[in-house]
Design a protein around this ligand. Structure first.
Ligand code: ACO
Ligand code: KIV
Length: 568
């Protein structure tokens, strides 16, 4: 690809290279979460949300469990200002939720921001200015001292104004915006200068937020930068170290996770990663990643379809079908070997320890996020196998197809899907199965069969079963009496009394009650072979198991006839 030499690495490695975060292999507890959907997410929308939408979204974020919500940039527009005023004046902010607002480090903007907060019980005021090499050079055209002064002037002004609004419990936050393009030593210097002005205590901490404003490096470099800051910030025990990853390289979640290992205490992000350009870090994925490691994320995504619905409604954007934990296809297994393993894993779980989730190929139980096994997990197309087809027919329709029959049914279904180039639904699969195998009564039909038993209950005893049956073949009726050493043998002997030559060999038989049918029918499966050794399965159902077996035999014989092996 041309023009690659136009680009250079734009980040700066910290001065040390021995890091503790690499020694950790998992996140032990959930961070403090801060939703920035209503600010960073909103500022990136084609049409930012209106007041009503923001109010509804705010209520939903509280429902999910967010305790910190950056509600906007009140100095940006009337809508932003009005939104905050409405939340405060209509007492819509739950006591355990803190609203956060963003401000540039400019006097009139800071003043307007504080004005918007009058009457709030507690609030985070979030001050930022750009610190990166590129922004200092091109946007602000200021040296490091002048950039530090922007931050410290704003920090001092916040101290001064906050002292006038004593009814509100303020928490201050500072972001060296464009941190990832900033020399770490300089980011540290500016953050420490702000901390020294705010003079936090362990009881009244400040938030230092490290944004990957533009994600520029591999995640481990970001983690190194975070750890360097965490280990060198002034009054570390009085600082909440917050991270605000974006996703320009597609690794925002990795930045956040490694950043937490490296000392981050708090995450700013959005639902499904909405936000500037490629978005903010996706809090849903992050939270669910913790969940799958047995850590309570402190946010409730147990109704994920609703989360998707709300998100799409507020942002007018769509959630990708492959998006982790929430996309429409993330639980779907079309391929045969995956289906086989999932079906066996589900069975194992049911038989061993249903309280644990270890099913192969499914990192979480779909039920935990409000999804279903039916329709969501095992789905049939030309890549599917016998296990998946048998699983669906059993799960949804109660037919436990014998192992020896599964390959034939599986290949039939995948062949149909291959030709139509379409997925087969559970109902379509059952329809094909029923049409092909079950109670197949033409041209042969046995419309009545009454059995009398003269049998010993002992294995070695003599069994005689007599049958009186009405046989219809191609419209001709035959009333027949016959005997045999079992019911199927009696029926087979009876069929020999018709003018037709039923030339077949019995291979196998199984039966069971149909588990999902409330009318408690039975299903019987019979396999016969013709004189050339070709095998034919037939399935019969009836309330009476004996008659189900007769129906299975009739179905198998008719399927054999279909292949022109039943000759007169
Ligand atoms: C990475 C982020 O997401 S940061 C947040 C970004 N979000 C937004 O910008 C959304 C809301 N913003 C707005 O509505 C507007 O930008 C406002 C109302 C805040 C300010 O509007 P305006 O004053 O008209 O203009 P604008 O934002 O372009 O201001 C640029 C000026 O502010 C300066 N500036 C920009 N950011 C900051 C900052 N954080 N602190 C101090 N000065 C800043 C610029 O250097 C420039 O100065 P100049 O006029 O001397 O050249
Ligand atoms: C204001 C800051 C935190 C920001 O949104 C960013 O840098 O992405």
């Amino acid at each position: 690809m041309k023009n690659y030499d136009k680009y250079r690495i734009g980040y700066f490695a910290p001065p040390v290279n021995d890091y503790d975060w690499v020694k950790k292999d998992h996140i032990e507890k959930a961070p403090r979460w801060c939703s920035v959907d209503l600010r960073d997410g909103n500022q990136a929308l084609i049409v930012p949300m209106n007041l009503e939408q923001k109010l509804e979204f705010f209520t939903y974020l509280c429902e999910i469990g967010f305790k910190e919500i950056e509600v906007g940039f009140p100095a940006a527009s009337d809508t932003e200002f009005e939104f905050l005023r409405t939340l405060i004046e209509q007492d819509m902010i739950p006591d355990d939720v803190t609203v956060q607002v963003l401000t540039q480090s400019r006097r009139h903007i800071i003043e307007k921001t504080f004005e918007s907060l009058i009457g709030a019980k507690h609030a985070v005021v979030h001050l930022y200015n750009s610190t990166s090499f590129a922004q200092r050079q091109q946007v602000f055209r200021k040296d490091k001292e002048e950039i530090i002064k922007i931050a410290t002037d704003g920090a001092e002004l916040m101290n001064e104004i906050a002292a006038r609004y004593t009814d509100t419990d303020f928490e201050f936050e500072y972001s060296p915006e464009s941190f990832t393009g900033t020399e770490p030593e300089f980011a540290l210097e500016i953050c420490n200068a702000v901390i020294d002005i705010w003079k936090p205590t362990p009881e009244h901490k400040v938030i230092i937020n490290l944004p990957a404003t533009v994600e520029m490096s591999m995640p481990h470099v970001f983690a190194n930068q975070v750890e360097y800051m965490s280990k060198n910030l002034h009054s570390r025990d009085s600082v909440v170290l917050s991270l605000h990853p974006h996703n320009d390289r597609g690794t925002g979640v990795a930045d956040a996770e490694l950043g937490l290992l490296a000392g981050g205490d708090r995450i700013e992000g959005t639902l499904f990663g909405n936000g500037e350009r490629t978005g903010n870090v996706d809090i849903v994925t992050l939270a669910m990643n913790m969940f799958t490691h047995g850590v309570d994320p402190g946010l409730d995504f147990s109704d994920m379809p609703r989360a998707v619905e709300m998100f799409e409604k507020f942002t007018d954007m769509t959630v990708d079908p492959r998006r982790p934990y929430c996309g429409s296809l993330v639980f779907a297994a079309f391929s045969g070997s995956h289906q086989d393993a999932i079906a066996k894993g589900m069975k194992w779980r049911a038989e061993t320890d249903p309280s644990r989730w270890t099913v192969p190929y499914l990192p979480i139980d779909p039920h935990d996020v409000g999804r279903q096994y039916d329709g969501d997990v095992i789905r049939i197309n030309s890549q599917s196998g016998k296990g998946g087809v048998a699983y669906i027919i059993n799960r949804d329709h109660g037919f436990d197809i014998p192992k020896a029959m599964r390959a034939e049914v599986g290949y039939m279904m995948k062949g149909i899907s291959d030709h139509t180039h379409e997925e087969l639904s559970s109902d379509e699969i059952f329809d094909i199965f029923s049409r092909e195998y079950v109670n197949f009564f033409s041209p042969l039909d046995i419309t009545d069969a009454t059995f009398s038993y003269f049998s010993s209950t002992k294995e070695e005893g003599e069994n005689t079963v007599a049958v009186r049956m009405r046989v219809v073949i191609d419209g001709e009726v035959y009333n027949i009496d016959a005997e045999g050493n079992g019911r199927l043998d009696a029926v087979a002997n009876g069929l020999k009394k018709t003018p037709y030559n039923f030339d077949y060999r019995f291979i196998t038989y199984t039966e069971h009650a149909i588990s999902t049918d409330s009318s408690s029918k039975a299903a019987a499966y019979i396999c016969i072979a013709d004189k050339d050794g070709h095998e034919y399965w037939g399935v019969g159902t009836q309330y009476d198991i004996t008659l189900a077996a007769v129906n299975a035999l009739v179905s198998a014989l008719n399927r054999m006839n279909k292949k022109e092996h039943m000759v007169k």
